[in-house]
Ligand binder design. Structure first.
Ligand code: AMP
Length: 188
């Protein structure tokens, strides 16, 4: 069973690529942002707790986020592997993911870092127009990314797990680059 992590700034195409890949190869796609939005739409206890963070473009506290991920991992009975999209977003989350995976005999096998310029990422977010794709929220999400998420790159780089992909190509080209990388790493 293989574990793939997608890393990259808001608007880098993580969600799009993770979705295409998981559908094509049967991975279980775990996107913390999607899970959080589901809870907000359904007005669950968790949804009420996290709404303010998503609204402001701030990261949800690690304790809450890790619990949600643990739940999603353990719920899955027989996946061929996992794709994490938008998680981990802090060093603490990265460490906790390693612990969670170790407990079930798995490890992160590869981290796909989608590189896009800030200008291009902002263009895409504004074109997408999700509820939290407003200029003030976008600015906050980039600040959070820079200060809390970007340090994770080094964490995975030191373990030899990070592969950088040019995220400014078309969706199909990015997908093809990812597939080629995963094949050469014997992950698919
Ligand atoms: P996304 O759909 O990945 O763009 O995430 C949308 C929002 O959900 C983020 O701006 C955060 O408020 C929250 N979020 C998603 N994933 C995480 C995470 N791993 N840690 C903390 N907050 C998260």
């Amino acid at each position: 069973m293989k574990v793939i992590v997608f890393l990259g700034p808001p608007g880098s195409g993580k969600g799009t690529q993770a979705q295409i890949l998981s559908e094509k190869y049967g991975f279980k796609h775990i996107a913390t942002g999607d899970i959080f939005r589901w809870h907000m739409e359904h007005n669950t206890e968790l949804g009420k707790k996290i709404g303010q963070y998503l609204e402001r473009g701030e990261l949800v506290p690690d304790e809450i986020t890790v619990r949600v991920v643990e739940d999603a991992i353990l719920r899955e009975k027989n996946p061929i592997g996992f794709i994490f999209d938008g998680f981990p977003r802090t060093l603490e989350q990265a460490r906790r993911l390693d612990e969670l995976l170790e407990k079930i005999g798995l490890r992160v096998d590869i981290v796909i870092y989608l590189k896009v310029s800030k200008d291009e990422a902002i263009r895409r977010l504004l074109a997408r127009g999700r509820h939290d794709d407003r200029p003030d929220t976008i600015a906050r999400r980039f600040d959070e990314y820079k200060s809390k998420t970007e340090p994770i790159k080094k964490y995975y780089e030191e373990r030899g797990l990070l592969v950088e992909i040019n995220g400014e190509q078309t969706i199909e080209q990015v997908h093809e680059s990812i597939v080629n990388t995963l094949k050469s790493w014997e992950i698919i």
